[in-house]
Design a protein around this ligand. Structure first.
Ligand code: ZN
Length: 382
């Protein structure tokens, strides 16, 4: 597989384009650094003046308890002087450390918090279906964390919704200097994997004995478009208005609220210095599926970021990738238990989703990665 000589991202990475031996995603970073941030913050303050209210909430902040959304809430309250309603779409796999981070943070900062957990039976149906169809079991989470807060924005008449990282940080669907709009087009392009709620109902009812209706999928469905426009719902990404600096943001939430990082299944600690993706105990399995389909995992992605930042060299990254990538995550057993699938079927499905020119090396014996300390606390059905 062709890989970027600088960041090591391979040709199976979405939206990657090579120029000579390096990739477009390496190039685009400099565009972000060169944005006039003084001007951007002025634009944000102008915009906020239109959305501030005298009663109720000024905005909704979708929140997981991870590093980014914790910072968003902090910034909105302390720097922008907003009164937000913090909303969590609970995907069902919150890890103990994230729950205690959240409790400490929300109590310390003092904010109203709404925690929504969707029907677990439906979550399992959605996981199985999106895994079988797309080799990605996260349809419920990717749609829910966007659709649910936006539906609340419509029904509670709180038009401003503040997200964090723009998509342009991870792919080149958008330009780094662009103000990304969280509208139905973006939702359908990036969140639904091309499967609408209507299609999902049909597919699930074909496979499962217990039947569902469109009503069961409302938390995952983009709000009615007419209402969305009429009520002038405006979702923004904070990273389009202030320069997103993960390192200093993590330092701020650690210092002020005692936010704690955690281990990440299958990823050496040195490759996750800021605590990315520590919200979800299924993350290791998600990354493993990506490795089976595309030949790279979180290890490659995180090391690419650290190489661009200058924390490690390309060579060091290559050694760490070689030594650690492809290990089997202990969480995989839980995933297969939830959706009642055996390992043989699992590997067959992943194989059918391989992205050219990646081909899984079936002769190589990968070991099982180390269980994280909280492994025994993850939800088991039996
Ligand atoms: Zn690159």
């Amino acid at each position: 597989m062709k890989k970027c000589k600088n960041c090591n991202l391979p040709e199976t990475y979405e939206t990657i384009v090579f120029k000579d031996d390096s990739c477009n995603l390496c190039d685009e970073r400099s565009g972000y650094e060169n944005i006039d941030w003084d001007l951007r913050i002025k634009e944000l303050k102008k915009l906020l003046n239109k959305y501030r209210k005298n009663s109720g909430y000024d905005c909704i902040i979708p929140y997981s308890g991870g590093k980014d959304s914790t910072f968003q809430v902090h910034y909105a309250i302390k720097e922008l002087n907003l009164k937000p309603l913090v909303v969590r779409f609970n995907h069902g796999f919150m890890r103990p450390n994230i729950n205690s981070n959240s409790e400490r943070f929300l109590k310390k900062i003092g904010v109203d918090f709404l925690d929504f957990s969707p029907n677990w039976k439906i979550v399992k149906f959605l996981m199985e279906e999106s895994f079988r169809r797309k080799g990605d079991f996260c349809w419920h989470c990717h749609t829910g964390i966007f659709a649910y807060p936006l539906r609340l924005a419509v029904s509670l008449n709180i038009p401003l919704v503040i997200y964090g990282e723009p998509q342009s940080f991870h792919s080149s669907y958008y330009k780094v200097e662009e103000f990304e709009k969280e509208n139905i087009e973006k939702f359908e392009m990036l969140r639904t994997l091309g499967i609408s709620s209507e299609d999902m109902v049909g597919m699930i009812n074909e496979r499962q004995e217990e039947k569902i209706t469109l009503r069961d999928l409302e938390p995952y469905t983009f709000p009615d478009e007419k209402e969305f426009i009429k009520k002038k719902i405006l979702p923004i990404n904070l990273g389009n208005y202030i320069k997103w600096d993960v390192e200093s943001q993590v330092n701020i939430i650690k210092e002020l609220y005692g936010w704690k990082s955690d281990e990440l299944e299958g990823v050496p600690d040195e490759l996750n210095p800021y605590g990315s993706k520590i919200e979800c105990f299924m993350q290791g399995s998600r990354d493993y599926i990506k490795f089976l389909k595309r030949g790279y995992s979180r290890i490659t992605q995180n090391s690419a970021e650290l190489v661009k930042k200058g924390t490690i060299t390309s060579d060091q990254a290559r050694k760490l990738i070689e030594a650690n990538e492809g290990e089997i995550p202990p969480s995989l057993d839980l995933f297969l238990e939830y959706i009642k699938m055996d390992k043989e079927d699992f590997y067959k499905i992943c194989e059918s989703m391989e992205v050219f020119p990646h081909k899984r090396d079936t002769n190589k014996n990968y070991k099982i990665s180390k269980k994280t300390k909280d492994f025994d606390k993850w939800f088991r059905e039996e």
